[in-house]
Design a binder for this molecule. Structure first.
Ligand code: RIB
Ligand code: CA
Length: 310
């Protein structure tokens, strides 16, 4: 089976962790490396958490890199309220033994992309700082990228402010660099992820897999969602980042439109908002495939099957 060369940029983070596990369980991917960024929790935690999840999945050969420790311009925002102080609240995982790669994550992105013999897919699960800095430092990576699938933004409401979703709120300038780069982008935002909910029934289906991976996943998910469930009055926690991996595996689970998207970097009120031009009001050419709907039942069937294989 031909494999898709893939780089995952993330800020683990509990939903990032589940996304990594889904990717590790999918032979469709050749995972070239994992780059980490400050986001849900500071970089020392995100890079350590990525390695903990590699070891949980027995994928100690995967190369993990630390990238940018802070956003491009704004003060760092984190989300311990959602993921806990360490970022993997609920998990009981040992300190990682596998090494953190010495190369900076941005340098890894640039060197790997520039040397690639075939285009590489980039999945971004956190703030876009690493990718933005790589694009500024070496625009020559653009033709080397097959596509970028981004968890972030929303055509509707935000989850940090009324306007902005966390990944874009944490680094709006980076998001703007990416959305003005001309790269082939797919944006999977809250419009979708707020319909892909880990209800108590689905959580018990994960726990019933009864493996170490499932046990840790269920324990993380059990604590992860309380913030959003209470804030948005949802019947379950939104499983944001795994939607990116599921989209790469089964795009027919998702429905989107080619639209113009711009990122607000000036306004105090709407800082970080993704302005998704659903009706072409701005007369600008589309710069992203914006996913607007998902088959949540099909997503969870895929997730359960793949988690059970680890
Ligand atoms: O807004 C949700 C996104 O922000 C997810 O990627 C979550 O992990 C956090 O990074
Ligand atoms: Ca994330």
């Amino acid at each position: 089976m031909p494999t898709r060369p893939l780089i995952i940029d993330c800020d683990p983070g509990i939903d990032d962790a589940i996304a990594l596990l889904l990717a590790f369980a999918s032979p469709e991917f050749e995972i070239l490396g994992i780059t980490t960024v400050a986001g849900n929790v500071p970089l020392p935690f995100t890079q350590s958490n990525a390695r903990k999840i590699c070891e949980l999945a027995n994928r100690r050969e995967v190369r993990v890199y630390a990238g940018c420790p802070r956003p491009m311009m704004r003060v760092m925002e984190t989300a311990e309220r959602v993921h806990g102080k360490t970022g993997l609240q609920g998990a009981t995982l040992p300190e990682p033994e596998m090494p953190l790669q010495p190369q900076h994550g941005v340098e890894f992105l640039i060197s790997t992309l520039m040397q690639a013999s075939e285009p590489i897919t980039v999945a971004t699960l956190g703030p876009l700082t690493n990718l933005a800095i790589a694009l500024i430092q070496e625009p020559g990576i653009i033709p080397k990228i097959q596509e970028v699938v981004i968890m972030g933004g929303a055509a509707s409401q935000g989850n940090v402010t009324a306007s902005a979703e966390f990944n874009f709120y944490a680094d709006p300038h980076a998001a703007s660099v990416v959305f003005t780069s001309g790269l082939p982008l797919t944006m999977i935002g809250l419009d979708v992820t707020h319909t892909v909910l880990t209800t108590p029934e689905r959580l018990e289906q994960i726990r019933a897999i009864a493996t170490p991976v499932a046990h840790q996943s269920a324990n993380m998910l059990a604590t992860y969602g309380t913030h959003d469930v209470e804030k948005f009055g949802m019947p379950g926690s939104p499983l944001h980042d795994p939607c990116v991996i599921a989209y790469l595996l089964q795009p027919d689970l998702f429905v989107g439109k080619s639209l113009y998207v711009a990122i607000e970097t000036q306004s105090e009120l709407t800082f970080g908002k993704s302005v998704v031009d659903l009706w072409g009001s701005h007369g600008q050419p589309a710069n992203a495939q914006v996913i607007l709907q998902a088959n949540a039942a099909g997503f969870y069937q895929l997730l359960l099957e793949r988690l059970a294989s680890l």
